[in-house]
Design a protein around this ligand. Structure first.
Ligand code: QAP
Ligand code: CO
Length: 166
C-alpha cells in the first residue's frame, strides 16, 4: 500500500473527466487500496481517483465514526435523487476551506464494488452528500464551483498564496 499525492485546487488536472473502469483487475484493486490508505491518513471521509491524478471512475468513502466501514464505488451512477439538504463541505484538494453547498437529500446509487460486483445503495444525509461530492470530482468538478464567482476567486488566491509560501 502507498500514500498517494493529492492534487490541490486550482490544479487544472482536477477538471479532467474520468473514464469508466473496463475491468476491476489487480491494478484497480491496488488503486482502491492506495486511495483508502491516502484517505484514512489525511484524514478524510471521501476521495476520488481524480484527486490522485488517476482519471478513472473510482471513489472511496468512509463516513463512519470508527473508520471501519470502507465503501468503494467503481463506475457509480445516481439512478434516483430526491429532496434538498445543505451541508458544510470540505475537500482534501482544497484544505482549510469549508463552505455550504445544496445537494439532494437522498439518492440511490448503482456501482461496482472492489470485487467488481454490481450493487445498489440508498444513501441519505452525510453519506449522500459525500457520494455526490466525490462523483462531481469524476466529472472534473470541485465543490467550490457551486459558490459565487467572488468566493471562488478568493479561494483560488488563498490556495495560490499558500502554495507560494510553502
Ligand atoms: C468530501 O472531504 C466531503 O480542509 C470529503 O484541512 C466533505 O474528506 C463531503 C479534509 C464534507 C461532505 C462533507 C479537509 C481534511 C477532508 C480539509 C474530506 C482539511 C483536512 C475532507
Ligand atoms: Co473533494
Amino acid at each position: 500500500m502507498a500514500i498517494l499525492d493529492i492534487l490541490n485546487y486550482p490544479d487544472p488536472r482536477l477538471h479532467t473527466v474520468a473514464a469508466p473502469v473496463k475491468t476491476v483487475d489487480a491494478r484497480i484493486r491496488r488503486l482502491v487500496d492506495d486511495m483508502a490508505e491516502t484517505m484514512y491518513a489525511a484524514p478524510g471521509i471521501g476521495l476520488a481517483a481524480t484527486q490522485v491524478n488517476v482519471h478513472e471512475q473510482v471513489i472511496v468513502i468512509d463516513t463512519s465514526e470508527d473508520k471501519r466501514d470502507l465503501k468503494v464505488f467503481i463506475n457509480p451512477r445516481i439512478v434516483n435523487a430526491c429532496g434538498k439538504q445543505q451541508y458544510e463541505e470540505g475537500c482534501l484538494s482544497v484544505p482549510g476551506v469549508y463552505e455550504t453547498v445544496t445537494r439532494a437529500e437522498s439518492i440511490t446509487v448503482e456501482a461496482l464494488g472492489h470485487d467488481g460486483q454490481p450493487f445498489t445503495l440508498d444513501a441519505e444525509g452525510l453519506l449522500a452528500v459525500c457520494i455526490q461530492h466525490e462523483m462531481d470530482h469524476l466529472l472534473g468538478k470541485v465543490f467550490v464551483e457551486y459558490l459565487s464567482p467572488l468566493k471562488q476567486s478568493r479561494i483560488k488566491n488563498k490556495m495560490k498564496k499558500r502554495q507560494r509560501d510553502r
